[in-house]
Design a protein around this ligand. Structure first.
Ligand code: ZN
Length: 315
């Protein structure tokens, strides 16, 4: 069996950190040169990634004055901030970020932006430890994909609502009612997943890919296997990991193997070729394509797709 992989993942946290510091230097120069404050045209909210953006868009009731830093089409895990990002953070009233590995760079920027109300959404939920396939990882790190559980998304929404109300009390009523409406939709989504899983013939997910669905799987009592642990930056899974996926699919008669968005599908194609399993996408809502973003996809619309994806695999 010949496998070809190209996840094109490179860059270390240390590299990102030094880059961020460089960007800060650029930012200070730019800020001094620009001098003037941008006008008071409502609350300026900045979100690092799509889940944060989605929450802000819903609670604000629109996208005006809302900036998404990790742009559509980019892999959140390898994203590197631009000087424009630093400027946006510096000028923001409210900054929403997850506080995981993918947006760790924002904390460096915040050191020089003391007036920004920064909300680390990881603090709104019970974080789960990252699972490592390899041994030798002594330090505990937490899985950043907290939003994959709609229950967590509701808790995150509460934090966003509170931050917006505190920063802009005049419009608090609007934020409260927007958030309440969205919360009801998230509660409905949660119930849909519960009903789906409770009536399912299977409870095992096989991801021939990275696995950002730890919070989702734990929430709904699903077991899982994956080619990579978490959103590992490793370029290739071990041959052993792929072989054990193939064994599991064959032994358990698993009809569907999952990939995540922006996947190369190399592992999945190899597993599908060996087993005849169907490849289906589960969208983690972390990295959207430009088309998805332009089409106005939301967390709810993508998760509703996941309901159908899950039905294919579990029934
Ligand atoms: Zn991820």
């Amino acid at each position: 069996m010949k496998l070809k992989f190209d996840f094109s993942l490179e860059g270390t946290n240390a590299m990102r950190r030094s880059l961020s510091l460089l960007l800060l230097a650029c930012l200070l120069l730019t800020a001094c040169a620009a001098g003037a404050e941008s006008g008071e045209e409502g609350l300026r909210v900045v979100a690092t990634d799509f889940p944060c953006y989605d929450l802000a868009r819903q609670a604000l009731g629109g996208e005006e004055n809302l900036t998404l830093l990790i742009r559509p089409g980019m892999d959140a895990h390898t994203y590197e901030p631009t000087p424009a990002d630093a400027k946006a953070v510096y000028e923001a009233d409210v900054l929403l970020y997850i506080g995981g590995a993918s947006d760790a760079w924002v904390e460096d920027m915040l050191l020089d932006a003391p007036d920004v109300a920064a909300v680390r959404l990881m603090d709104s939920v019970q974080p789960l430890e990252e699972e490592h396939a390899e041994h030798g990882h002594e330090d505990v790190s937490y899985d950043e994909h907290i939003w994959t559980s709609p229950v967590n998304m509701r808790a995150m929404l509460k934090s966003v609502e509170e931050a917006l109300c505190a920063a802009d009390p005049q419009n608090a009523d609007t934020y409260h009612s927007n958030a309440a409406a969205y919360d009801a939709q998230l509660a409905g989504l949660d119930q849909t997943f519960r009903d789906l899983v409770s009536g399912a013939a299977r409870t095992e997910l096989v991801f021939a890919d990275r696995f950002p669905f730890l919070y989702f799987a734990r929430e709904y009592g699903l077991s899982y296997r994956s080619a990579f642990s978490g959103c590992s930056e490793e370029a290739q899974p071990s041959v052993q990991a792929v072989a054990s996926l193939i064994d599991a699919v064959e032994q358990d008669g698993v009809p569907v193997i999952y990939v995540i968005e922006l996947s190369t599908r190399d592992v999945a194609n190899a597993v599908a070729e060996q087993t005849g399993a169907e490849i289906v996408e589960m969208h983690s809502c972390q990295s959207l394509t430009g088309e998805e973003f332009e089409a106005g996809e939301t967390y709810l619309s993508l998760m509703t797709r996941n309901v159908e994806a899950l039905r294919k695999g579990l029934y």
